[in-house]
Design a binder for this molecule. Structure first.
Ligand code: GN1
Ligand code: MG
Length: 372
């Protein structure tokens, strides 16, 4: 966890960037688990303007300059394509970052904190919980378009901002290490959850093995396709702008689709403690698959299509062992709001895994029917 107390004030950080007018307010913003995010409101001669200021968690993103290099390449390419396609309001459809006065997109404060600034996209909101199949369709199609846009990203392979981020086999090895070390002395009390994970160890390497064999191709992917990483237009509900680009890097389309299933095919939050509310909703899954395939059908290969239903289970499992592993390690990775938060999250994700298992054949049939 980063030290909040010793950090410079928001005013001091904001002053490092060349912003218009006077800062009228600054406050925490969003619901990310890793970085610290703030909204800055300015009063200017041309009316109010708002920005998003973020402190990058450099314990997790160890090379923030390369991370910003990725993000600038990606957003420039998105902007070029939007302009080529004659899309209106490009400033609302792709994130825009501003360098600090020293020219760096990553401003380092005197305490070593790493800050970046982007334009706040006005007239949009995010949702933590899926509201309707229509919304599931739109958001899945938007993430698919994001992947499609990046198919011809120039300039070579992107940096891996977190190596092996979705290598579920290595994630499982990390989990086993956390169980073995039992740093926080919590393993005995969560034997049931540990057992749930160990019984499913065979699914962990499935996608990485397919990637190693070349059956599933490496693509430029988002890698954190949670529902709340899309800005929705306040007026129309349109899925306007993909955000949280920290983990855009080489990956598999399947982990992206899987994380849409994890975060949008269930109508309970990922930290809902009442497990009777946690489970896959087939209407949402079907809408996600229809939305995603409405765009991605043309570029996915047969092995990818064949594993779409499985991908939701796999990444939900991966997320479950990451939360449980962090709980066993003494909560060093994810921000928590109360002591058992990571355990509650892990139980929730495992309940969703179990529910996906119950519906897996049905989910595969839905994908078959849509993909034809
Ligand atoms: C983290 O910070 P946030 O909420 O965007 C995590 C994702 C997880 C997610 C679970 C870099 O994302 O991988 O899926 O929490 N990001 C990182 O909600 O580990
Ligand atoms: Mg993220």
């Amino acid at each position: 966890m980063q030290d909040k107390i010793s950090a410079p004030s928001l005013e001091e950080i904001a002053a490092a960037f060349d912003l218009p007018g006077a800062l009228s307010s600054g406050a925490p913003f969003g619901s990310g688990h890793i970085n610290d995010t703030y909204r800055l409101d300015y009063t200017t001669g041309e009316g109010p303007r708002s920005f998003v200021l973020q402190r990058i968690n450099t314990a997790i993103f160890k090379d923030p300059d390369r991370l910003m290099e990725n993000i600038l390449r990606v957003t420039r390419h998105q902007r070029t394509k939007l302009q080529e396609n004659g899309a209106g309001e490009t400033h609302r459809r792709v994130l825009e970052f501003f360098p600090a006065r020293d020219g760096r997109f990553c401003h380092v404060d005197p305490k070593g904190g790493c800050w970046r600034l982007s334009l706040l996209v006005e007239g949009t909101h995010t949702c933590d919980i899926i509201e309707s199949p229509e919304q599931a369709f739109l958001t899945a199609a938007a993430f698919a378009r994001f992947q499609q846009t990046l198919v011809d990203l120039p300039g070579g392979r992107l940096h891996e901002t977190i190596p092996n981020f979705h290598n579920t086999a290595l994630r499982f090895a990390d989990f086993e290490k956390a169980v073995r070390e039992d740093r926080a002395g919590r393993a005995a009390a969560v034997a049931t959850e540990i057992d749930f994970a160990l019984q499913r160890r065979h699914i962990a390497p499935v996608l990485v093995d397919l990637m190693r064999k070349g059956a599933v191709p490496e693509r430029v992917t988002h890698n954190d396709t949670k529902l709340n990483n899309i800005l929705l237009d306040d007026a129309s509900g349109e899925a306007l702008c993909i955000i949280d680009l920290d983990t855009v890097m080489p990956g598999s389309a399947l982990y992206d689709f899987g994380d849409m299933v994890r975060s949008s095919a269930c109508t309970a939050a990922e930290d809902e403690a009442d497990l009777t509310l946690v489970g896959v909703e087939m209407s949402m899954f079907e809408a996600l698959a229809r939305g995603y395939l409405s765009v991605a059908r043309v570029f996915l290969n047969p092995a990818e299509i064949q594993h779409l239903a499985f991908s939701g289970k796999l990444i939900t499992f991966e997320q479950g062992i990451r939360f449980l592993g962090d709980y066993l390690n003494g909560d060093s990775y994810y921000k928590i709001k109360y002591p058992e938060h990571n355990l509650v999250r892990a139980r929730n994700q495992f309940r969703l895994v179990a529910s996906i298992e119950e519906h897996e054949a049905e989910m595969a049939a839905v994908v078959d029917e849509i993909a034809g």
